[in-house]
Ligand binder design. Sequence first.
Ligand SMILES: O=P(O)(O)OC[C@H]1O[C@](O)(COP(=O)(O)O)[C@@H](O)[C@@H]1O
Ligand SMILES: [Mg+2]
Ligand SMILES: [Mg+2]
Length: 341
Amino acid sequence: MASMTTLGEFIVQQQHAFPHATGELSSLISAIRLAAKIVNREINRAGLSPDIIGAVGVENVQGEVQQKLDVFANDKFKAALEARGEVCGLASEEEEDFVVFDGERGKNASYVVLIDPLDGSSNIDVNVSVGTIFSIYRRITPVGEPVSGKDFLQPGCNQVAAGYVIYGSSTMLVYTTGVGVNGFTYDPTLGAFALSHPNMRLPDNGTIYSINEGNYIKFPAGVKQYIKYCQERDEATNRPYTSRYIGSLVSDFHRNLLKGGIYIYPTTESAPDGKLRLLYECNPIAFLAEQAGGIASDGRQRILDIEPTSLHQRVPFFAGSRLMVEQAQQFLNQSAEVVAS
Ligand SMILES: O=P(O)(O)OC[C@H]1O[C@](O)(COP(=O)(O)O)[C@@H](O)[C@@H]1O
Ligand SMILES: [Mg+2]
Ligand SMILES: [Mg+2]
């Protein structure tokens, strides 16, 4: 079997493709790779260790009960990124405010990282795939000065890199630096990620829709109509589509990235802004979706154009195959026009 390109080799090759590259971003990505291996090991043996399964018993800034693995993953990624010295600050789902890395190297670093350390927390204890999501920006404030809120509140189109780790039947790291999307599968016998999915492309159309239909009654009319559209019989358009919902954004998006499909987390009566967080869930997934030929919006506006106003703000999220997202948006906007008229 021809030897596969490891993530380490790929990072170096990418760096050489950019004559002005300093190696900082490469080093940052490899810090994420290291933390992903540590978290992966813990997840694989989670069932064996009560100290990693279950809730911590406190709520995070979102009002969600923190799982022990949320905290473990947050600590491991934070430590790996601070130790590497390319990052001047971090924002996380599990931290109320952004964290300043004010050590000598941190202060003089160029990048900020926003992270969802453990995505799909409701699936941790039941052995269903979960993930980690990361988003990377060049700081706005001058190097040497303490990092500030505006370094994190940048629109998604400013991202220099983004990706996720999926801890599933196999563990993969999927990321983009703005030149396409590549996927690497972890080989535990080597202890290395190998390039298994080069240049991933989202099919323009698909037959999978991912939404928590348990909330159907609370959805906007347009979303209800789109679900009905997905369930109608029409051979010419391969309907009815198939409903698939794992309840981990990373896993649902990953499947749809490979097979074609749409993931929707809309507004609901109880969540008027939706559930997912713009900065460390929607922006990185939207960057990947667009780099793979798909689209991502809040139902009306391109996610990557949204000007953030707060670290943990939520937005409605429609992402995946271009034709499917455009269709869903049409239903949403038509029904809004009906209501408005
Ligand atoms: O259970 P619900 O309301 O359908 O929400 C599931 C969604 O919430 C999330 O679990 C939110 O992410 P966290 O687990 O990181 O808080 C997504 O991964 C998932 O798509
Ligand atoms: Mg999440
Ligand atoms: Mg999370």
